[in-house]
Design a protein. Structure first.
Lengths: 203, 107
């Protein structure tokens, strides 16, 4: 019986050596993408269900690396580089250092939350699958094949998003400004200052 | 190349996994990790649609880049908040944080 530590090391080794070094060269493209997709789902599940914080962050890092590979397989080299550098090199490391600072290592998951979370996830996935499978257009040799009544639901929604792209930029910028101001407010307020000056307490 | 629907299904499953993490986790940082997974699922959609639907238009990549930028900012700010809270109260379990707030008001 393999214990958790050995399983973790073996899993990382299989992904790093087996898939990255060998699979990308020897496998056909379809098999490679499907394999990466299955591994993304597995590592994503491990990230969410792992009780130890550091292991969860490492699994998240693995998920990010696999998603970057998926971008590479989808002919998006720039996104592959950005995903690895920003997400893997920045955000994941941020989480790693935070996990070190927090020092809460083994946090068990409440079975009650797991039941409710699982039920919500199943309902959500069932709804989403219904939308997707009824709306996504099929492709033939890389070209979109339109159905008789036009493009599918998901393609229409994606066209709507991209055509209105210019309207989302100022809104996003405002959100980020709000979050930055809020973080400065929180950073300036210390617990001792709050206790000395109750008037500074946020309502 | 592989059919587009595989990317969409993968993205939706990953989004559901992130949603599961947000619901079942009580630790603040674990919830942020789950949110990052959800954002990555959205990125997969953007990149896949850009590869399939647009030849020279890179709108999908641009939107994915915006999402990455927002995720980085949100992760930095959220983690700073939680570390600050941990230094003040010694705990970042969300249920306990609300109880601590109520306890302070009573005092």
């Amino acid at each position: 019986m393999i214990d958790r530590d050995s399983f973790f090391r073996l899993f990382v080794l299989v992904i790093v050596v087996g898939l990255l070094a060998v699979g990308g060269v020897l496998m056909p493209e379809t098999t490679f993408i499907v394999g990466i997709g299955i591994l993304i789902i597995i590592t994503g599940l491990f990230t969410v269900l792992e009780t130890r914080m550091m292991r969860a962050v490492i699994y998240m890092l693995l998920t990010i690396i696999l998603i970057a590979l998926l971008f590479l397989a989808a002919n998006s080299e720039i996104m592959f580089a950005l995903e690895l550098s920003v997400y893997g090199g920045g955000i994941a490391i941020l989480f790693l250092f935070s996990a070190v600072l927090i020092e809460n290592n083994d946090i068990p998951i409440d079975p009650k939350y797991l039941r409710w979370g699982g039920a919500i996830m199943v309902l959500f996935m069932a709804n989403l699958m219904l939308l997707i499978l009824s709306g996504v257009p099929s492709t033939v040799d890389g070209a979109i094949v339109m159905s008789d009544d036009g493009l599918g639901l998901v393609a229409e929604f994606s066209k709507f998003l991209w055509l209105k792209l210019a309207h989302t930029m100022p809104f996003v910028a405002l959100l980020m400004l709000g979050s930055l101001l809020g973080s400065v407010r929180l950073a300036l307020t210390d617990k001792e200052v709050l206790m000395e000056n109750p008037k500074l307490e946020v309502a | 190349m592989i059919d587009l629907i595989y990317f969409v299904i993968l993205s939706s499953i990953l989004f559901g996994i992130g949603l599961l993490g947000v619901v079942i986790q009580t630790n603040g940082i674990r919830i942020l990790i789950s949110v990052e997974i959800m954002l990555n699922a959205a990125n997969i959609n953007f990149v896949a649609f850009n590869s399939y639907l647009s030849g020279t238009d890179y709108s999908g990549w641009t939107m994915a880049l915006v999402v990455i930028g927002i995720a980085a900012a949100e992760a930095a700010i959220g983690l700073a908040i939680f570390i600050s809270v941990f230094r003040s109260f010694g705990d970042i379990t969300l249920g306990n944080l609300f109880a601590l707030g109520e306890a302070q008001e009573v005092e």
